[in-house]
Design a protein around this ligand. Sequence first.
Ligand SMILES: Nc1ncnc2c1ncn2[C@@H]1O[C@H](COP(=O)(O)OP(=O)(O)OP(=O)(O)O)[C@@H](O)[C@H]1O
Ligand SMILES: [Mg+2]
Length: 273
Amino acid sequence: MAQATDTLKDTATLEVRGLRVEVQGKEILKGIDLVVPQGEVHAIMGPNGSGKSTLANVIMGRPGYTVTAGEVLFKGQSIMSLKPDQRAQLGLFLAFQYPTEIPGVSVVNFLRSAYNAVKGDQISALAFRKRMKEKMTMLGVEDAMVARYVNQGFSGGEKKKNEILQLAVLEPEIAILDETDSGLDIDSLKAVANGIQQLIGPNLGVLLITHYQRILNYITPDRIHVMMDGRIVLSGGPELAVRLEQQGYEGVRKELGIELERAGDKTAKGETR
Ligand SMILES: Nc1ncnc2c1ncn2[C@@H]1O[C@H](COP(=O)(O)OP(=O)(O)OP(=O)(O)O)[C@@H](O)[C@H]1O
Ligand SMILES: [Mg+2]
């Protein structure tokens, strides 16, 4: 194991060790272990509220979470003390489940600022446009979209495409995609999945959070992890997606004999069913 950790320094591997996280006094992540090497695609699937976005946010360093145990390492170093922008500079990227609107800032200006901030490079407007244009052609993004304010009035599908354009422009080493496939129609799903597929290679590792097996028809993961109640309860190869589709999470839960710890929590919070 010591040897394995040494080699991790040379590759952009993302490693989550024994991570426990609380939000407002409630434990959401209950000990997560996960290793995503650069160049591999790992999918995380799991029911609503199981902690998938929490994991993504904590990896990226979003405030508002209390880490009570464990750590996140990238390139062999703990990144727990780094701010989100410093994590981005190191080569991490998160595509949000719910991308936010930035009124008054055009997509092209936003992307250029993000590029300069992440790469520490002052690229000229002309050189940046050329680079962005290449990525837009690859992903099938129309010119009109990048002139608009970030996500303002964008359809659900356009927002997701914009996240992938960001990914393409920023060229991170590990990208976490939080339900990038949700809300997409059949053609958009194909376009977005093909775009991600073109970016995947030896230089990019992906942690793909999804509810649906559909996107895995276009992007074959190296590993699939099933998350329930803040734990990874099952990991396997791509065939696991088919099993999940057939059995549902309930079937897997029963088979593994996992108690439904959170059944009471939901009703206590008054959530509608
Ligand atoms: N800021 C917060 N305040 C209160 N509860 C929170 C907060 N963030 C997350 N939670 C709770 O943590 C649990 C896990 O949420 P999370 O968003 O990580 O789930 P998820 O697996 O991404 O679900 P989904 O599939 O619906 O996106 C939920 O019960 C949620 O209500
Ligand atoms: Mg989520």
